[in-house]
Write a protein that binds this ligand. Structure first.
Ligand code: ZN
Ligand code: ZN
Length: 213
């Protein structure tokens, strides 16, 4: 025997952990191809960039928690379980910041190369196993992004913003209202020869040369 390669020596390989291990990749060699064999997977993986829609998304680098079961079936590997992701965004009605957690169920078949499922489905219709690995990232990304609300709300009954002053209605007293200056007041005032009510701010028709300026 020639000198052992340092990569093969037990002590060295333990220390030489691959620095950039892709946690979205699952090594299927432990699972094996015997139908019925099963493996649980419970891990947290940092979220990549761009998992978001307009108002809400998963912060880049936040923990995506995967609790999955991988089962070897005839055609490939069935992945099922749930995904938990933190969300940050803003309310579509009142623009308050939102923090939330989304929990989603997944169930997906990854087909073996050369399986009937692979042969009888379109390229983008089925997820595939590549060699000894299965990539969870596209499945999780699609599941999460499709579940993101287009109009997230801070609370189901969020009343939104006051159309007159732009303040958040839930922060204002229930009787919050603005004095509506009606053009008819000005007409009446003219008819009875009195001045338009001077206490009402911003009444239309008043001279623009107010003392406020
Ligand atoms: Zn709101
Ligand atoms: Zn208001």
């Amino acid at each position: 025997m020639s000198a052992a390669s340092p990569l093969r020596s037990g002590a060295a390989s333990k220390d030489a952990r691959r620095p950039a291990r892709n946690l979205w990749q699952v090594d299927l060699r432990e699972l094996g191809r015997r139908a019925g064999s099963m493996r649980e997977l419970d891990r947290s993986v940092p979220a990549p960039d761009h998992w978001r829609v307009e108002l809400i998304g998963v912060p880049a680098g936040a923990d995506v928690h995967l609790r999955l079961r991988l089962e070897s079936v005839m055609e490939g590997v069935l992945v099922s379980g749930d995904i938990e992701v933190p969300l940050t965004g803003s309310c579509a009605r009142c623009l308050e910041p939102i923090e939330d957690t989304l929990t989603l169920a997944v169930q997906e078949l990854y087909a073996y190369e050369g399986s009937t499922t692979e042969a009888t489905s379109e390229e983008d219709e089925v997820r595939r196993i590549e060699g000894d690995h299965l990539d969870l990232e596209p499945l999780v990304r699609d599941t999460v992004v499709l579940a993101l609300p287009l109009a997230p709300v801070c609370a189901e009954d969020c009343a939104g913003l006051c159309v007159d002053c732009g303040q958040r209605l839930d922060d204002l007293p229930a009787d919050h209202a603005h004095e509506i200056v009606d053009a008819r007041w000005a007409d009446l005032a003219a008819k009875f020869g009195t001045d338009a009510p001077t206490s009402s701010p911003g009444a239309p028709g008043e001279s623009p040369t107010t003392e406020e300026n």
